[in-house]
Ligand binder design. Structure first.
Ligand SMILES: Nc1nc2c(ncn2[C@@H]2O[C@H](COP(=O)(O)OP(=O)(O)OP(=O)(O)O)[C@@H](O)[C@H]2O)c(=O)[nH]1
Ligand SMILES: [Mg+2]
Length: 299
């Protein structure tokens, strides 16, 4: 790889919950490495996704959506956002352009202002914006608030205008050699991605309350049989009533979660998978340091 004119660096994806950060990360990496759902606070820890092309290497850092922290879990999630902001070369502030500006958006904007780092504004979900002229007031608002290097409208879901976004990002990275091997896609272990896929299916198949009280840990990952990888995941909830919801009538819900997750995991591993899920009640896990460490939501 020629280091002349080659650029590389770290780029944080920050924004409110549901902006589409993880959807973009998955699209860019070309593999499903991050959980995505229409429930806020889907992402809980820093996830690296690496994109390498002729012009450079971008190490994207997906972060939890910015929100007011209630539990220790949420404080650690927000610490991950602040760490990412401090450690990267460039910020990508991602905004859902199909909804009106709220206090949350202003709060995220303030984080960018305080960081005083080069930043690109990404207006996502333009597939939902019928009249593109509706983007103009948004662009005007943000331009007045901060000197963004670029403002780029995209659709992460449809993969619209992503090539252009990559070009804009690379331009603002320092010249230098690749930081990771060309084939490397992520810093996430298979165990972690598996747990996230299971959690994603829970978020996608349950209602309002369950997403917040659920965590998933891969407890056993057995590759001793070359034909099938055997994976055992524990699902944490806080109360037995929540356990009953996740298991469902005649265990139908848990079965559905398992089937859906297994499909994604087999895709990822390119191998047959036996997946066993069990539900554990751990009261107040969201405030327990040791549990959060185990789950991988580090300080
Ligand atoms: N229509 C449309 N939906 C999108 C787009 N990008 C993301 N979504 C949807 O928006 C929802 C949230 O997407 P995520 O990628 O989980 O959002 P996030 O910013 O990572 O959210 P947190 O992890 O909670 O901070 C999902 O239902 C996505 O399918 C887009 O470009 N267009
Ligand atoms: Mg996310």
């Amino acid at each position: 790889m020629n280091s002349e004119n080659f650029r590389s660096g770290y780029v944080a994806l920050i924004g409110r919950p549901n902006a589409g950060k993880s959807t973009l990360l998955n699209y860019l990496v070309g593999e499903k490495i991050a959980a995505v759902s229409n429930k806020p606070q889907t992402t809980r820890h820093r996830i690296q996704g690496i994109v390498t092309n002729d012009g450079g290497q971008i190490v994207f850092v997906d972060t939890p959506g910015v929100h007011k922290p209630g539990f220790l879990l949420n404080r650690r999630m927000m610490a991950a956002v602040h760490d990412a902001i401090l450690s990267v070369d460039l910020l990508v502030l991602m905004r859902d352009a199909s909804v009106s500006t709220g206090n949350g958006d202003k709060f995220v904007l303030d984080l960018v202002k305080k960081a005083e780092k080069p930043a690109i504004l990404v207006l996502n979900k333009i597939d939902k914006v019928k009249d593109k002229a509706a983007l103009l007031p948004l662009i005007e608002f943000y331009s007045k608030e901060y000197e963004f290097e670029e403002i780029v409208p995209i659709s992460a879901l449809k993969g619209e205008a992503i090539e252009n976004l990559l070009q804009q990002i690379v331009k603002h990275l320092p010249e230098g050699e690749a930081l990771y091997g060309e084939d490397e896609l992520t810093d996430q272990s298979s165990r972690t991605i598996v747990a996230e896929m299971v959690r994603e299916k829970i978020l996608q198949t349950t209602g309002e309350e369950i997403p917040y009280v659920t965590a998933v840990v891969t407890e056993k990952y057995d590759e001793s049989d070359p034909n099938v990888t055997k994976i055992y995941c524990a699902i944490y909830v806080e109360r037995s009533s929540q356990k009953a919801i996740i298991i469902g009538k005649q265990a139908a819900k848990l079965k559905q979660i398992g089937t859906n997750a297994r499909r994604d995991i087999e895709n990822l591993l390119g191998k047959k998978v036996y997946l066993q899920l069990f539900v554990k009640v751990v009261e107040d896990w969201r405030n327990l340091e040791q549990k959060l460490d185990e789950i991988g939501i580090k300080e």
